[in-house]
Ligand binder design. Sequence first.
Ligand code: ADP
Ligand code: MG
Ligand code: MG
Length: 974
Amino acid sequence: MATAKPAKSTKNARYIYHFGGGKSDGDASMKALLGGKGANLGEMARRGFNVPPGFTITTEVCTYYYANKRTYPKGLFEKDAVDAIRKLEKAQGKGFGDRRNPLLVSVRSGARDSMPGMMDTILNLGLNDETVEGLKAKTKNGRFAYDSYRRFVQMYGDVVMGVQKRHENEHEPFDEVLDAVKEEAGVHEDTDLSEDNLKEVIKRFRALIKERTGKAFPNDPYDQLRGAVGAVFGSWMNDRAVIYRDKYRIPHEWGTAVNVQAMVFGNMGDTSGTGVAFTRNPANGANEFYGEYLANAQGEDVVAGVRTPLKIQDMAKDAIFGDIYKQLLKVRAKLEKEFGDVQDFEFTIEEQTLYMLQTRHGKRTAQAYVKIAHDMVREKLMTPEHAVKSGDPQALDQLLAPIFDSTDEKAAEKDSYLTIGLPAGPGAASGIVAFTAAKAEQIAASGQKAVLCRIETSPEDLKGMIASEGILTSRGGVSSHAALVARQMGKVCVAGAGDLAIDYAKGTLTSNGRTLREGDFIAINGTTGKVYGRKVKTSDSELKQVLVAKTMKPQDSELFRAYDFVMKLADKYRTLGVRTNADQPDQAENAIAFGAEGIGLCRTEHMFFEGDRIDSVREMILFAEDYAKFKSDSADAKGDDAKLASLKGTHADAIEHFTGALEKLLPMQQKDFEGLFTAMAGRPVTIRLLDPPLHEFLPQSKDQKDDLAKKLGVSYERVEALGHSLHEFNPMLGHRGCRLGIVYPEITEMQCRAIFRAALAVAKKTGKKVVPEVMIPLVGYDIELNQQLEIVHRVAKEEQDRAKTKLGYLVGTMIEIPRAAVTADEIAKEAQFFSFGTNDLTQTTLGMSRDDSGKFLPHYQKVGIVKANPFATIDTRGVGKLMKMAIEGGKATRPDIKLGICGEHGGDPTTIEFCHQIGLSYVSCSPFRVPVARLAAAQAALRAQSAANKAAKPAAAKAKAAKPAKKLRAAAAR
Ligand code: ADP
Ligand code: MG
Ligand code: MG
């Protein structure tokens, strides 16, 4: 695919691609260059859909524009665009600016990934006071001609000349003018305005533009074109487009293409119209035609909610549009077949002729994604690869989001029912009513949940929508902005609840005789569309009910079956293993239910907090230092029996407490490990030995400290003093990790003994192989590892001898200190596996404390120093480079070394792709991220595969060229 580089010279560069008349220069594979809209217009044209002709100005021009102080490549407007318009004039038999038979065009934005509603489009370009008369004469329809002109002046004035509302509470200035004329004329609908009314509107529009900008509205169509193209390129960097791209991680470098297309008119009268439709329901995935239309309307009317659109199914019975409906059903089937996925498309009917204006893969909720993938793969309409590739791994979280508790919802239905609207984003949301986006942000910032309640939403509300738990609108249908954003962001949404009266001025929301105000609670069910005037309790998602609580049978859940189908498909493609970070048997069981293949990180210290065993841990810590001193003094006094005996005497307390505490901990830890091994039933389990600094285990409050002192029979002061002396500061690079085990080897020994005893016991009991993987944390020197492993191997031998049974086990280390990454070849001599502890590796590589990074990282992201939060998505160029280095070193010493990652990054799709690329064996993430990781790993494998195929293609072509005889034979055989 072509990548957009700033074009230095315009020589040979091709900036314009045509489509229409059953042909096209571009196709669906050229989205990077032509944008999604342009590429698919080309694809539709060549596949025989009825597409009005036009041309696409490439994204490279946009890149050039921003790389060259907002100027265009030489000759673009002087030659290339003029030639393209000429060609269009010929195809349409009309002239651009022709007084008698004017060619009108739309100027449409179109980025590589669709960014619905984010950028601007201008319709009916080419109209002025003269051509409008030509249009009127030609169509014998003055009302239509002036309606089109009115729309053009409005869009151009807004988008190109910047006449917009100046603050949030102001009305749209053009709408205000329009409403005034409507009132003066005594009409309600735009469609009721007469030609003369419209002329008046246009006059006032022009005056408004002049007043606000000091500039006149341009009459020359080429001037209009230049202005419109500039506005589209300019809109790439408008605030809402930038916010949108940040949210969806679309690179700002991509740029948009511009499509210039001959107009077709849905506003020509009652036999014309316009609509949008999905080939299937994008909220829940049901195989039903889903969409809306409006008669005698143009473009945005359906979406903008100016008039209430009709359901697409209503067309079937319509006297005028019945036949169009039949055509649409054919289009629906053909689109799915040709594009291999659910399509979201726009159409316009001009005097009973159906035109296609856009198609794209429909954005869908996670629920719809799995349902559609399941159905369409089985119907052989979608390839399994596409089914895996087209999901957003991150969005699978939506399937785990809670739903309303059915008992409480039934009660709410009785005592607080408000209304029902369109179920536009599945799930359950309770929160505080917010009437503005700003209020929603404010509520969210205060740590509470907000439900944004608006008559309708617009792109300016985006930040508030992101901050809200759910979105409720009283106007707008399936293609309204609210529904669209909900689908995309996985927000709970009920749209177009028409019975709801929202009064911004009074700050009230009224329905079913109940009135709510800002600050009151509201609950919306995005799966059914029902709305309640209070909080409603939530319960587990269907998936959790099947997999975790087991209160629902798999065969009773259609959602589960679809999910399971997609996950199994993903497993076929992925090569990366997926493990989980779990410390307890129940966590491990959940993770297995979600598809984990082993434990990549068990943090043993988490077990220390179970029940009252923390007392023994604290006892151990309290006497550890004394005990270590006793040992070191004893070593110095070697041979001096009297001295040794006296040392024993003076340290009797420490010896008793320290070793006593370890003895108490041993069986408890052993039991924990037995639980874990049993739950994992033969799957690998990586156990990390004690890691955090000891002060984390000490009591915090005075009462707790007092308690502990009494329990252990020591003074309060002693507990207090120890807390002080052990306390470490961020980012805690002190006495932790293997450093603890080096100074207090008895702790390592106790933990290892617990692990091996547990493994032997479970193997004996279940007859299954148990292979523990003992992992040493925070290693920087190979000698640290070696000293710890001496203990591991010794204890392993002792326990095997004791049980008279052999036990397989692995030993390895975390790579979380740059020194370990750099000296990985030395470390790999003793380590059979590496697990990248990327949380600490990121902290230590960047020299940045994760806990304190919130103070500056958001700013760093804003000013572009970092693209993503390095604690969420791996910093590939820095931390990632160290990882590669460690892999190289490790493999040089031990070619079959096992490699994994267990940092928080292990559940992040972008990081997972990187892990695939650098050849890790597995990623490990929290139990509920396992589905996300499975899908992301499959996508990484598929992407790597297609990149490899692409790289192999030129080579294959060369090979072919070298054997002309074979090529001829093949051709002859065809
Ligand atoms: P967006 O990317 O925001 O969807 P579009 O470029 O698709 O914007 O255009 C906005 C509206 O104008 C759509 O409803 C589209 O169908 C309509 N439209 C665009 N071009 C034409 C055209 N040539 N003739 C008729 N309607 C058009
Ligand atoms: Mg569109
Ligand atoms: Mg660590």
